[in-house]
Design a protein around this ligand. Structure first.
Ligand SMILES: Nc1nc2c(ncn2[C@@H]2O[C@H](COP(=O)(O)OP(=O)(O)OP(=O)(O)O)[C@@H](O)[C@H]2O)c(=O)[nH]1
Ligand SMILES: [Mg+2]
Length: 201
């Protein structure tokens, strides 16, 4: 009887787990976004002060539950020498959040190059990509149309996968819920699709 009840309990409260990578150049706001997300989606989470976040060397991990989905985030350091580690995590990921600093026009072509390299990885084929145009709280930032224009020649490389560009401020939280909810919808839908090429051995 205990086994039956515990089995039923586990079935009812079972959560499907999804790994989500948070990528982007250093200073884009990835760790701030992760902290903001954890604060918004975990009721009792006492996040660290956003102003105390320093550059990531290695990775930060965070988990949130949204409905029956559990998202496990891997926030990787974005400095140039750390970008070569990103692809070590691709095979395990169900979704990618790519963060762009909308105030950094000077590094727009650099972030586009890193984005292109990431989306052309065969291992990530079919994986949904959420592009966050971050720091939209700054008055002088690039607009969404500006960023879409700068990234327009990536469209063919994105292919048929789900991709959304979302205006966001990791600092104020604007656009965070919308982005996460979109990602949850995509990864949950993908799990019912045929396996990705890399899963077929
Ligand atoms: N105005 C503004 N500042 C932001 C926002 N998000 C992050 N920042 C600031 O940008 C700086 C870098 O933020 P991080 O979250 O450390 O950036 P990161 O992408 O994790 O950087 P690395 O760990 O070096 O890869 C910090 O000073 C943040 O306070 C935002 O939405 N608006
Ligand atoms: Mg960081």
């Amino acid at each position: 009887m205990y086994t039956l009840l515990s089995g039923l309990y586990k079935y009812m409260f079972r959560r499907d787990e999804y790994c989500i990578l948070i990528l982007g150049l250093d200073n884009a706001g990835k760790t701030t976004f992760l902290e903001q997300t954890k604060t918004r989606f975990n009721r009792n989470y006492k996040g660290m002060s956003l102003s105390k976040i320093t550059t990531t060397v290695g990775l930060n991990i965070g988990t949130i539950d949204v409905g029956k989905a559990r998202l496990m985030f891997w926030d990787l350091g974005g400095q140039e020498e750390l970008q070569s580690l990103w692809d070590k995590y691709y095979a395990e990921s169900h979704g990618v959040i790519y963060v762009i600093d909308s105030t950094d026009e000077e590094r727009l072509s650099e972030t586009k190059r890193a984005f292109e390299k990431m989306i052309t990885s065969e291992v990530l084929e079919g994986v949904p990509i959420l592009v966050l145009a971050n720091k939209q709280d700054v008055e002088t930032c690039l607009s969404i149309p500006d960023i879409k224009t700068a990234f327009s020649d990536c469209i063919n490389k994105i292919g048929k996968r789900d991709c959304l560009t979302q205006a966001c401020s990791a600092l104020t939280g604007k656009g965070v819920n919308e982005g996460i909810e979109w990602m949850v919808k995509c990864v949950v839908r993908n799990i019912h699709r045929p396996p990705r090429q890399k899963d077929i051995t």
